[in-house]
Design a protein around this ligand. Sequence first.
Ligand code: AMP
Length: 432
Amino acid sequence: MTTVTTPANFTELGLIPTLLARLTELKYQQPTPIQAQAMPSVLAGRDLIAGANTGSGKTATFALPILQHLFMQQQAEKPLHSKSSKGNYVTGLILVPTRELAKQVADSIKSYAVHFNGVIKTVAVFGGVSANTQMLALRGGTDILVATPGRLLDLISSNAIKLDRVKTLVLDEADRMLSLGFTDELSALLALLPSSKQTLLFSATFPEQVQALTQELLNDPVEIQVQSSDASTLVQRVFTVNKGEKTALLAHLIKQHQWRQALIFVNAKKSCEHLAEKLSKRGISAEVFHGDKGQGARTRVLAAFKSGEIEVLIATDIAARGLDIEKLPVVINFDLPRSPSDYMHRIGRSGRAGEVGLALSLIDVEDYHHFKVIEKKNKVRLEREQVAGFEADDSILAAEKPMAKPEGSGKKKRKQKTTINADIWSGYSEAE
Ligand code: AMP
């Protein structure tokens, strides 16, 4: 692990005045821990492995240095080439796992670059929409390309873009990219990149596959793990409820708490629609967000949710990663996520950028054991709570008992109540 100094303000990071002015406009008062720790090394051209979640400020950590390098390079070249020609090439390549993240990252970059008067071109490409518009956008090349792996390969095979001149490669949410099955696409893309380049890898977790990738790709990287205390304040609670009464409890909670907005996770696309219908019968209007929706509809729903127009959004895990929805007050697990890491990603949608957030899980007797696994993997143990009028019957207490085990392997029942609001991030990367 390389020791790095941690500047306390943006001016000490080595950013140029144009970018500093933009950060002031965006009301970024001081660097987040990952920005303070990583940005000087990234600006100096070092490779980086960063253990960081969305919400940590990681986009600016890679975007600002890339923009700064590109801008300074273009300024230096200006007298020689009055009209810059980028051919079919890209200089800064950012690979992301999902369409939404591609759009979001590209939007952030464009926003950081507003005072560059259009000299830095940024394009986002992703599947699910026509490739033609993206091909047109790539005409004449681009300075920065934010892409999902599959669509990028398609565009390369149509000669719309070439990777030979990439100077900086960013792998954003590397764990998610691999868990979504992009391994082959990623290998194919990496083979097309020049061997000499700067590589920045961001991942919330470091399972074996990601570790293998870091070993293969990175050259003497600076390693940074955003510490638990750096995460935003997120309170986790779990409510036990009888089977079949979750919808009633959910409706009760929404009405009682009057949250400004709520993001509710379910496990299947159909469940989104079912739950929306059931809530609507109880007088709560909700929109849905899942993979069967066309890209246009997904973009519209997300924009409406971000702007606060939609108050209750029911989504599958497609919304769990990377989406930056400002200050979401509550995330509710109506269905438990399949994996402990999905749990972390879901609840990370709330309490972002230092805001206090709330993550609620509604569990019935069938969820009980699975929730314990999620807790164990994430090294947290939450008090089981009951909501007045929705108390679970005794079957849930029976579920607290250990699962039936082969003779001789019986363990003592674990104490039920422990800490509430535990530090959810501690040990997270080890838990994966
Ligand atoms: P990210 O982790 O990159 O998705 O960023 C999460 C959110 O934090 C985004 O809305 C950013 O605009 C915001 N953000 C990033 N860096 C800072 C900062 N230094 N100060 C305030 N907000 C920030």
